[in-house]
Design a protein around this ligand. Structure first.
Ligand SMILES: Cc1cc2nc3c(=O)[nH]c(=O)nc-3n(C[C@H](O)[C@H](O)[C@H](O)COP(=O)(O)OP(=O)(O)OC[C@H]3O[C@@H](n4cnc5c(N)ncnc54)[C@H](O)[C@@H]3O)c2cc1C
Length: 375
């Protein structure tokens, strides 16, 4: 039997960020990951640190995302200092592009609605005010190196948005937790959890672990394990396909929701939204659709060769917002899941780890409870 203060199940970017934060607080942490070919959103995502437009229908989420963006510069600097890994975080502002007047009007109305919903939330109205609608001429002035296509009507633009290299983020978090003494098992699939005498007993395919607290941060694996500790967590997979072009000169500093240029010079184009169960494959139809959209935004992208593509599975709740919850039947068992695990990484390492370690629930957290789906 292996024992720890806290067992974190799932070694993707969310489990790793939580484990990193817990270790920083002095907890003795064991991290278990299934490894192998399990779906892993943290290795297949788009790498945006994104604020604009988030939180419609849940002002607390808008505020949470804004806080994450504000914390990112220090978080990436801390990771660099501790591990020597630069995650390439940049915050040049980002665009959500609109093709045609109808898309432009819809986007404008959406942001206006968000502004009204968050009007009483001081911290957030600051964030929303940093987001503005630009017509294509104003937009072009910000992107002098690349000509916008004729269909582009404009975009929403926020100075808070940014991007990074998500693979380096996962590597940095993993390096940091290993360095700090966390016991890391990259090949332990958890099969069952039981709660007895205020203690959790976790059985993997080959070993047993016990701890006073357990954190379920294992993406699509959460649903099955959560039901064993009295929680119903309604998550489902959604596939996103991403394309990568050959490298070229640095032309575009600002990320778009649907395309961005990496530090190395490739353009990443994505991502689709497909309901295909656990299928991580790629399809010619989606690849064509994504490429066509990118070329409508920047016609000169048609000159670049595509060199890679992949599919990865999002972990989605019914309203696409996070679930942070502690089990009432089995106190000490937590679920942490979000569709924006890159954006929210600094808060998973700080505020969420504080909540788990100290038991102090952050303000307004009832909004993130899974009971919001009960009705
Ligand atoms: C196409 C796409 C684009 C995205 N773009 C962005 C973006 O631009 N910005 C952003 O913020 N977010 C983005 N996301 C979302 C982001 O990638 C996820 O929120 C994040 O990666 C989720 O991390 P996770 O650790 O919860 O899950 P995962 O990365 O899926 O990791 C879960 C881990 O748990 C392990 N596991 C599962 N079951 C068990 C078990 N029973 N026992 C032990 N281990 C287990 C798996 O092996 C896996 O390593 C995107 C996602 C996709 C798919």
């Amino acid at each position: 039997m292996n024992t720890a203060d806290i067992l974190v199940i799932g070694g993707g970017v969310i489990g790793a960020a939580v484990a990193y934060g817990l270790t920083e607080r002095g907890a003795q942490v064991t991290l278990l990951d299934q490894g192998g070919s399990a779906p892993n959103a943290s290795r297949g995502n788009f790498g945006l640190v994104w604020v604009q437009g988030k939180g419609l229908g849940m002002p607390r989420y808008a505020q949470w995302t804004l806080e994450a963006a504000q914390t990112w510069p220090k978080f990436s600097a801390d990771l660099l200092e501790e591990t020597g890994i630069d995650v390439d975080y940049q915050q040049p502002g980002g665009f959500e592009v609109c093709l045609g007047e109808e898309e432009f009007s819809l986007r404008k109305a959406e942001l206006e609605q968000l502004r009204q919903e968050t009007a009483n939330c001081v911290a957030n109205s600051v964030g929303i005010d940093k987001c503005e609608m630009l017509n294509s001429r104003n937009m072009q002035e910000l992107i002098p190196e690349m000509r916008l296509g004729d269909f582009v009507s404009g975009a929403s633009f926020s100075t808070l948005d940014g991007h990074l290299n998500p693979l380096l983020l996962l590597s940095a978090l993993t390096a940091a937790i290993k360095k700090s003494g966390t016991s890391y098992y990259p090949d332990q699939q958890v099969e069952s959890i039981s709660f007895r005498n205020d203690c959790f007993d976790v059985q993997t395919t080959t070993e047993r672990f016990s701890a006073k607290k357990v954190v379920l941060a294992c993406g699509l694996g959460i649903k099955t394990l959560a039901s064993q500790i009295g929680l119903e967590i309604p998550i489902h997979p959604q596939r996103g396909q991403i394309l990568v072009t050959e490298r070229t000169l640095p032309l575009l500093a600002q990320p778009f929701v649907t395309l961005r240029q990496t530090v190395e010079g490739s353009f990443m184009i994505g991502a689709s939204h497909e309901d295909v169960g656990l299928d991580c494959g790629t399809t010619l139809d989606e690849i064509r659709r994504l490429a066509r959209h990118a070329v409508q935004v920047f016609p000169e992208l048609s000159k670049l060769q595509m060199v890679r593509c992949w599919g990865a599975l999002r972990i989605l709740t019914p309203d696409s917002k996070p679930i942070y919850v502690e089990s009432e039947n089995c106190p000490g068992a937590f679920v942490v899941t979000s569709h924006s695990g890159i954006t929210l990484a600094p808060l998973h390492a700080s505020r969420i780890s504080h909540w788990i370690a100290e038991g102090t629930t952050p303000e307004g957290f009832e909004q993130f409870h899974s009971r919001r789906f009960d009705a």
